[in-house]
Write a protein that binds this ligand. Structure first.
Ligand SMILES: *[C@@H]1O[C@H](CO)[C@@H](O)[C@H](O)[C@H]1NC(C)=O
Length: 436
């Protein structure tokens, strides 16, 4: 993915463009432009005074001798006003030239970026017939760089399967949920998962339960956040830690700990996008996107404005492939979270993933896939819809994420009772939503 990186650096080095080519291009462009503009404005030549004087002469042929001095001052005035008009035209021309030069530089820049991408992505090709073309969405993975973290590299070599694994971050505040989390993962027999222990207690707890864990070296600067930081600080840390996994060349299924595993998720992944994420949506429209028509009657004929809406991706459960766009996403989210301490990591994650480029902003170009909301189920779907539906409640999801409810631990346990032990009424004590 060298090309993507180059594409990116191009954007940051507008002022050190391939100089010779641009300069020659600009010079030729400006030269031609000058020629055209002058030919158009001054078809009889550049020297303004010549035709005026000729004209004057022809007139003065019939003039009285005594009017000569008057005539000459009149001529000076004429020349002056001609001169003013010419300078104005000159300024206007300069402005046009400046604008055209800017356009030329931009065009040069675009051509360069496009060509570099072509070089990286393969041979330039003709488009196929109607309905046969398909854009690229699976970007190539990075070359693994073990030097980033050799200790983690060793752990991952043992734990990962096909260079993929489930990763959860945990500190002692979530110890009870973590236990439900790994107990179900073990029950299913998923081998490739790892707990990033954010404190000593969790590290010991995992070791005692024979759970693969990775405790970061405490001298690493970002880790003081893990011990002392609040929820949001830990969220920012998550994106920084994840980066190392990707740099080492692994795909990560990032998982919160308030998730009950009911099947192995790996057979259900598509792996065709940079990010494949569970959704906070609760039906086809909210999960996969819909046309939300905004009505403004005062606009009369144009009262309906169409908008696109989608419930956000859940940043507590997503599969991320080790590609440049993925790593760029993590960096963008982490740096925004550190710059905007009051922001919510899930909102930032979605904004970076979805907002397109616009003036003053270069959007991320990452491929995205929304997971099936019945397979990768949030707790709103379970408690509002599925448990009341005779057919849907027979169907076993891959995971259930208790993201919509604060009473996480009892609901997790009830989900296990319902799906694993077949206790039909296990979910009944709980209201659809929380009572605040
Ligand atoms: C939702 O989408 C699925 C698959 O795309 C489809 O089979 C189903 O009928 C849709 N449900 C509704 C209510 O439209």
């Amino acid at each position: 993915m060298i090309g993507r990186r180059d594409g990116f650096s191009m954007r940051n080095t507008t002022h050190s463009l391939p100089k010779s080519r641009v300069t020659i291009g600009v010079a030729i462009g400006v030269g031609i432009l000058f020629g055209c503009v002058f030919a158009f404005l001054f078809p009889h030549g550049l020297f303004l005074s010549a035709p005026i004087i000729t004209h004057r002469h022809s007139k003065s042929d019939n003039a009285q001798v005594g009017s000569a001095s008057c005539e000459s001052s009149e001529r000076v005035d004429m020349l002056k006003s001609e001169f003013v008009a010419a300078s104005e035209k000159n300024a206007e021309l300069k402005k046009q030239i400046r604008e055209l030069t800017e356009k030329l530089i931009l065009a040069e820049q675009r051509k360069d970026q496009a060509q570099k991408q072509v070089l990286v992505l393969g041979k330039q090709q003709k488009a196929g017939g109607f309905g046969t073309v398909k854009g690229l969405r699976t970007f190539p993975t990075v070359v693994p760089d073990e030097s980033v973290n050799t200790r983690l590299a060793k752990i991952l070599e043992k734990v990962a399967v096909e260079r993929e694994l489930i990763v959860a971050l945990a500190n002692s505040n979530v110890k009870d949920m973590l236990e439900v989390w790994f107990t179900n993962i073990k029950r299913i027999g998923i081998p490739n998962y790892l707990v990033v222990a954010l404190d000593e207690e969790i590290s010991r707890f995992c070791k005692s339960k024979d759970v693969p864990e990775y405790k970061r070296d405490s001298d690493e600067g970002i880790d003081s956040v893990a011990r002392t930081g609040g929820n949001h600080a830990v969220s920012g840390l998550k994106f920084r830690i994840l980066r190392e996994f990707l740099q080492l060349g692994y795909s990560v299924l990032l998982s919160d700990v308030d998730i009950v595993y009911l099947q192995n998720p790996f057979p259900y992944l598509y792996r065709d996008s940079d990010v494949e994420s569970m959704t906070d949506g609760h039906d086809n429209g909210t999960a996969y996107g819909y046309n939300d028509v905004f009505d403004e009657p005062a606009m009369g004929w144009a009262r309906y404005a169409h908008t696109m809406r989608m419930w956000v991706y859940n940043s507590g459960f997503f599969y991320i492939r080790p590609t440049i766009p993925s790593i760029e996403l993590l960096d963008r989210v982490a740096s925004r979270l550190s710059r905007e301490p009051n922001s919510w990591d899930q909102a930032v994650f979605n904004e970076e993933l979805f907002f397109p480029s616009h003036p003053g902003y270069d959007g991320l170009h990452a491929a995205r896939r929304t997971m099936d909301f019945y397979l990768f189920m949030n707790s709103k779907v379970l408690f509002k819809t599925v448990r009341r539906d005779a057919k849907l409640s027979k169907f076993k999801p891959v995971i259930v994420h208790v993201n919509y409810h604060p009473d996480k631990l009892p609901r997790m346990k009830a989900i296990v009772e319902f799906y694993v032990r077949g206790k039909q009424d296990a979910l009944e004590p709980f209201p659809d939503g929380s009572d605040w």
